[in-house]
Design a protein around this ligand. Structure first.
Ligand SMILES: Cc1ncc(COP(=O)(O)O)c(C=O)c1O
Length: 382
């Protein structure tokens, strides 16, 4: 049976070069980076080299990069520490953020009495800038804005520069969950007014369980995990050395080939969107995901002309045909609840129809997309 992997927003295939680098790290460089002997010292040098490489590409300073176990930890760390250490009393976010942000702010509401405001969204799921400005000016409390750059379900690209400017003008801190953006878009942290960002290697052909937080210098954040002196005391625990070099390798490759890989994946998405429009004209694209300029080139979220009953069978049918895609965020696949993102932007009638997220990578081919759209069409017509 043909196997087609179109769930790259959930996680990506690991590059061969990354696997080779990680294998070598596990087999050869197994010293503890904190040890003072030569095994430890060489591992430590490589950890610091990885940090430098990442920082250079983002135009950040190495000390501003903190390795974490991934996007979830980095989001938690920043939001929790900002409330605990920086006197943040109000968080402004949106209802279509990833649960790593949404559930954290809900916890902060309960634990610290943090006020949480949700910015209004337009019909496509973009934050309304005038409402954001209104919220930023609402009272004199210390505020932090947490809005993601690229939405992991509908692919909308937020105007991060405009949000950064607004935050700065109003004295608010700005965190962006950039997990679907880093490794896919060029970044220069000096050109955006941003305090905190988060990344996960497994979204750009690296290993799972590793990512980083960008925390701007002199932020005032204190450690969330204490113990040893790793990460300059900011995040204790023996460094997952193999994962850090895997992250570095994936990061370097992603940016080395960014232009050509973006072009190739964008062409796949363009082809898919076009094909869906031709073959299943009653299908619709959620959010801005059908718009090649206003959404990420890595995903499309399609609403199919099927009733609820048939819709329930759809994902199972695709799985039987060897096609992997998802209903939305992978983190909620285990729950019966529908997508919290689509619930915010679609009407009740639209929500009755099944929506699927197809997400692409350089490992996909047009033939795979032909096959997928063919299977979808047959199911819709059957
Ligand atoms: C936008 C976004 N934020 C955060 C995360 C969580 O990252 P991780 O899986 O590395 O914890 C994900 C992954 O699904 C994501 O897509």
């Amino acid at each position: 049976m043909q196997k087609v992997y179109l769930d790259n927003a959930a996680t990506t295939q690991v590059r061969d070069e990354v696997i080779a680098r990680m294998q070598e790290a596990l087999a050869v460089h197994y010293g503890n980076p904190s040890s003072t002997h030569s095994f430890g010292r060489s591992a430590k040098t490589m950890v610091e080299q990885a940090r430098k490489t990442i920082a250079k590409t983002l135009n950040a300073q190495p000390s501003e990069i903190i390795f974490t176990s991934g996007g979830t930890e980095a989001d938690n760390m920043i939001l929790r520490c900002a409330v605990r250490d920086l006197g943040v009393k109000t968080i402004i976010t949106s209802r279509i953020e990833h649960h790593a942000v949404l559930h954290t702010v809900e916890e902060l509401e309960k634990e610290y009495g943090t006020t949480v405001w949700y910015v209004d969204l337009d019909e496509f799921g973009n934050p309304k800038m005038d409402h954001l400005e209104e919220l930023l000016q609402k009272d004199g409390s210390k505020k932090l804005v947490s809005l993601m750059h690229v939405n992991n379900e509908i692919g909308n690209i937020m105007d991060i520069e405009a949000v950064g400017k607004l935050c700065k003008a109003n004295g608010a801190l700005f965190h962006s969950d950039t997990v679907q953006s880093i490794g896919h878009y060029p970044w220069d942290v000096q050109s955006v007014s941003i305090d905190f960002m988060t990344a996960a290697a497994h979204k750009f052909h690296g290993p799972k369980g590793i990512g980083f937080a960008f925390i701007r210098k002199n932020s005032g954040l204190k450690p969330m995990i204490v113990g040893g002196a790793q990460e300059r005391g900011f995040r204790a625990g023996t460094e997952p050395f193999h994962n850090i070099v895997g992250l570095e390798e994936a990061f370097v490759r992603a940016y080395e080939h960014l232009e050509q890989e973006t072009k190739a994946v964008k062409e796949l998405k363009r082809y898919f969107v076009q094909k869906v429009k031709e073959e299943i004209p009653e299908a619709a694209f959620n959010g801005l995901s059908g718009d090649m300029d206003k959404s990420t080139y890595t995903l499309a979220n399609v609403r199919l002309p099927l009733d609820k009953q048939k819709g329930l069978m759809l994902l199972f049918h695709l799985d039987m045909k060897g096609i992997a895609c998802s209903k939305g965020s992978a983190c909620q696949s285990g729950s019966d609840k529908g997508s919290h993102v689509l619930t915010e932007i679609l009407s009740d009638e639209e929500l009755e129809k099944p929506s699927l997220r197809f997400s692409f990578s350089m490992y996909n081919t047009k033939e795979e997309l032909d096959y997928t759209v063919g299977v979808l069409k047959e199911f819709v017509q059957g």
